[in-house]
Ligand binder design. Structure first.
Ligand SMILES: *Cc1c(COP(=O)(O)O)cnc(C)c1O
Length: 371
């Protein structure tokens, strides 16, 4: 057996060799998508703070007030003494917002997914999932021990074929997809999948982490979401029926065995939700900004606030992102294992706070770069 450092040195080398090494850079996020990094100020097209709410004065004030009144941390899991009254207020409002009976706030979107799936699915069960679902959904599926089958991205006909062929061999079956795909920015055929779930006696779980508003689709049994993106805060949640949520509170291990979010996080999410409900222009503006970008580049119109520009090779993608950084733009280079091999991409995210002239300059820089 090699010494531990010996072992990890070799593993790191493998990561370097496939151009997959990631170094953490210190960033200061400021208002209006500006990021200060290495004494340079960049305009970020890489944050998931789609509505600029992480820096909204009301959101910041709500967090400050909550710290003053309730302190910094929650002190224990929600099962013990961490269940601050702000939780039920947020859960009621989230359920109403997503159109379900009930909701349960979790530590993060990741913790929500690795909690809900194993709570519902086991070894006798089947999970049928889109090929491109997020890593934490896959982790939840692995933890559940259920059989996983995958259909090509957004191909509900292929999903139906799998159901015809395999559904009868299993006890319960769950179809898993996302509303908006995190690395592609396209939308799932939720209404079709919802119909399939109904026809084949399955449940449907949809991850709405990148949603910037209400989910307006067919019947969804389980909606998972995050407070860490458009809400500008931190945390996750699950929306569903009263019975489902009651059951999850008693069975999702990532809910039971992890400390509650601090009250100030819940307070800021509540403030953010109020703003999202009041000012629907914010979501419309974020989407319009993404569409402005795709029209300037003459590429397929953005379906969401996420726009990928596929480059292919990891090294080339990294070089493109570095070149854009020199021009004052922060854009994420997304590489395997986050995306399939040879589909490395620049991933642009747009917010309501981006300025038209900056989007125009960005599009110009991309044309100059020839990507
Ligand atoms: C970001 C993301 C998550 C994880 O949410 P966190 O709150 O950041 O843990 C889950 N699913 C999808 C699709 C995501 O993009």
């Amino acid at each position: 057996m090699p010494a531990l450092d010996e072992f990890v040195r070799e593993e790191l080398e493998k990561i370097h060799n496939r151009a997959g090494y990631r170094a953490l850079s210190t960033s200061y996020r400021q208002e209006n998508n500006r990021v200060a990094r290495d004494e340079q100020e960049l305009i970020s097209f890489a944050c998931n703070d789609y509505l600029g709410l992480s820096h909204h004065p009301h959101v910041k004030e709500a967090a400050q007030q909550a710290i003053l009144y309730y302190g910094a941390g929650a002190g224990a899991s929600r099962m013990v003494t961490g269940n601050h009254p702000l939780y039920s207020e947020l859960e009621k409002k989230l359920a109403a917002y997503k159109g379900t009976e009930s909701a349960c706030v979790m530590g993060s979107g990741y913790l929500a997914n690795i909690g809900v799936i194993p709570a519902l699915m086991g070894e006798k069960d089947l999970i049928i999932a889109d090929k491109l679902i997020h890593a934490c959904l896959l982790d939840g599926i692995r933890l559940s021990g259920a059989t996983l089958l995958r259909f090509p991205h957004n191909n509900s006909a292929a999903c139906e074929k799998l159901l015809h062929k395999h559904r009868a061999n299993y006890r319960n079956c769950l179809i898993v997809t996302e509303t908006i795909f995190s690395m592609d920015g396209d939308l799932a055929p939720i209404a079709e999948l919802s119909q399939l779930a109904k026809n084949h006696k399955c449940w449907l779980l949809v991850d709405d982490a990148h949603g910037i508003g209400e989910v307006e689709t067919g019947k969804i049994d389980i909606i998972v979401g995050t407070l860490s993106k458009a809400f500008g805060s931190y945390g996750g949640y699950i929306c569903g029926s009263n019975l489902l949520i009651d059951y999850l509170r008693n069975s999702a291990r990532s809910f039971i065995f992890s400390t509650a979010l601090p009250p100030m996080v819940i307070a800021s999410a509540l403030a953010a939700l109020d703003i999202m409900k009041e000012d629907t222009n914010l979501a419309a503006k974020a989407l319009a900004n993404a569409k402005l970008f795709t029209s300037l580049l003459g590429i397929e119109a953005a379906q969401s606030t996420i726009v990928p520009l596929i480059i292919g090779e990891a090294e080339k993608t990294l070089a493109a992102s570095q070149k854009l950084e020199q021009e004052g733009f922060f854009v994420a280079a997304i590489r395997p294992p986050t995306v399939p091999p040879n589909t490395s991409r620049l991933r642009f995210t747009f917010s309501s706070q981006h300025k038209q002239k900056d989007i125009e300059r960005l599009a110009e820089a991309i044309k100059q770069g020839g990507w």
